[in-house]
Design a protein around this ligand. Structure first.
Ligand code: PLP
Length: 459
């Protein structure tokens, strides 16, 4: 089919849809560093993780060897409600940019929760249900993960307690109400309902909260209530595994038309959408079968890859979670209050961190005003109002397409369009009113946050 005209949207039939998740760790020579117990500084064993996480998810978290995981039937049925997500050939964008590059994006915003997070939410909720649990707890920043998980929990009849970063709780009442409509209870974090929340409030009474802090609260509630476990929407190896459905669909769709990408681009917060999108392509790269340029895009105000350090760090501010080796700003890091574009987590997926460290991918940081310019351009050209997070990838896809215009190269660019911007209109309002500014942390500020890194394990 190589010479056939490529349709605007490449869909897959039910037959063609992936039936397995792909675990990229199986093909990594240098495996991601193990989670570590902050008390003993030794790798976490499954038994130690059991009070926090569901049993099957612990297995997936620790499994660096199984290449393919069959997607359970119940999850496949749920996926069918909103998958496959379209792979769109951005003909309009190419035309407007007058670029010889061929641009594709995989759009994950076509479900009520509005992002890719539903792919892992339904998987995690399904394993919690199978274990016979009553419910799960979690944190949410901008609200996409909480919304996705509330949909999954409602579908399966599980209770859900969400700790929502206070600034988002106040600025994004609509997300909150979607979660409540699906039956979740939503508490602004830090709150006075947990020990760790009360401690943080006592030290920083005016804090607007952070993801790390909300994680600590959610973990505390999970371990102190029988029948509950904690679930996390990004960063963890298991989440990348579930999100590989994005990359597997993309690869099947491209293969159908004989298309080989040159550049694959994704935004990186905790790394789950990027990790999922690139997984099968990275697998080929790791096995020496193909080569791709893979680019992670992060905000200049929260630049874990480009200005962080590769070290063991706490995953949460309250220092109750296992430690992970990752590119990190330090767990106390909170991006400047004017940062509106999401992707505000201080750390990064251990899998992507190892791959980046080993030179298998690149990273760039972009300023939020440039990100919103790209978002506006994309909305007016391709019709979709993109999430600010996704717009980081749009920015760099446009920049790469413009480079092709200069050199005349007909590169094929694929990027992840992770979600819609319907719930980010406060940020768009700031941009439209000309009030959006950039704030980039200084080297001194970053050095101060690095002081909070814990003692490094020696094994
Ligand atoms: C959560 C989110 C992200 C960032 O999370 P990753 O784990 O890095 O993928 C990006 N885009 C959208 C729309 C999100 O909701």
């Amino acid at each position: 089919m190589a010479n056939e005209k490529i349709p605007y949207k490449i869909y897959l039939t039910e037959e063609e849809m992936p039936k397995t998740w792909y675990n990229v760790r199986a093909d990594m020579k240098n495996k991601p560093a193990p989670l570590v117990n902050p008390g003993t500084l030794q790798p976490m064993k499954a038994e130690e993780l059991a009070p926090v996480f569901c049993d099957e998810l612990i297995k997936q978290e620790l499994d660096n060897d199984t290449r393919y995981y069959p997607i359970p039937e119940e999850i496949l049925s749920f996926y069918k409600m909103y998958r496959p997500s379209p792979l769109v050939r951005a003909y309009c964008l190419e035309e407007k940019l007058q670029t010889p590059a061929k641009i594709y994006y995989k759009f994950e915003g076509n479900n009520t929760s509005g992002s890719h997070k539903l792919n892992s939410a339904i998987a995690q909720a399904n394993y919690a249900k199978k274990q016979g649990l009553r419910g799960v707890t979690t944190e949410t920043g901008a609200g996409q993960w909480g919304t996705a998980l509330s949909m999954a929990c409602a579908y399966l009849g599980l209770d859900l307690k969400v700790f929502m970063v206070k600034v988002s709780y106040e600025q994004k009442p609509f997300r909150r109400e979607v979660m409540r409509t699906y039956g979740a209870s939503v508490t602004p974090s830090p709150s006075d309902t947990t020990n760790v929340g009360r401690k943080i409030l006592a030290e920083h009474p005016d804090t607007t909260g952070s993801l790390g802090c909300a994680i600590s609260e959610a973990v505390e509630v999970a371990v102190s209530n029988p029948g509950y476990r904690y679930v996390l929407g990004s960063v963890l190896n298991q989440v990348l595994l579930h999100q590989s459905v994005i990359g597997c669909e993309t690869k099947i769709a491209l293969d159908k038309y004989g298309i080989t990408p040159d550049i694959i681009i994704g935004c990186a917060g905790g790394g789950s959408n990027l990790g999922g999108l690139i997984s099968p392509f990275m697998g080929e790269k790791l096995r020496g079968e193909k080569d791709y340029r893979i680019i992670a895009v992060e905000p200049a105000s929260c630049p874990s890859f480009t200005r962080g350090v590769y070290a063991y760090d706490f995953c949460d501010t309250g220092m109750v979670c296992p430690m992970a080796k990752m590119y990190t700003m330090g767990s106390g890091f909170i991006p400047s209050a004017n940062h509106a574009g999401g992707l505000r987590y201080h750390g990064m997926s251990p899998v992507l961190s190892q791959l980046y460290h080993d030179g298998y991918m690149e990273a760039v940081s972009v300023e939020q005003t440039k990100v919103f310019e790209a978002a506006e351009y994309f909305a007016r050209t391709e019709g979709i109002l993109p999430a600010p997070e996704s717009s980081h990838a749009i920015r760099v896809a446009i920049d790469e397409a413009l480079k092709c215009k200069e050199t005349g190269e007909e590169k094929t660019i694929v990027f992840g369009l992770t979600g819609t911007g319907y719930f980010d209109l406060v940020a768009y309002q700031k941009f439209n009113d000309g009030l959006m500014t950039d704030s980039i942390p200084t080297d001194e500020e970053l050095a101060a946050y690095r002081q909070t890194l814990p003692p490094q394990p020696k094994f």
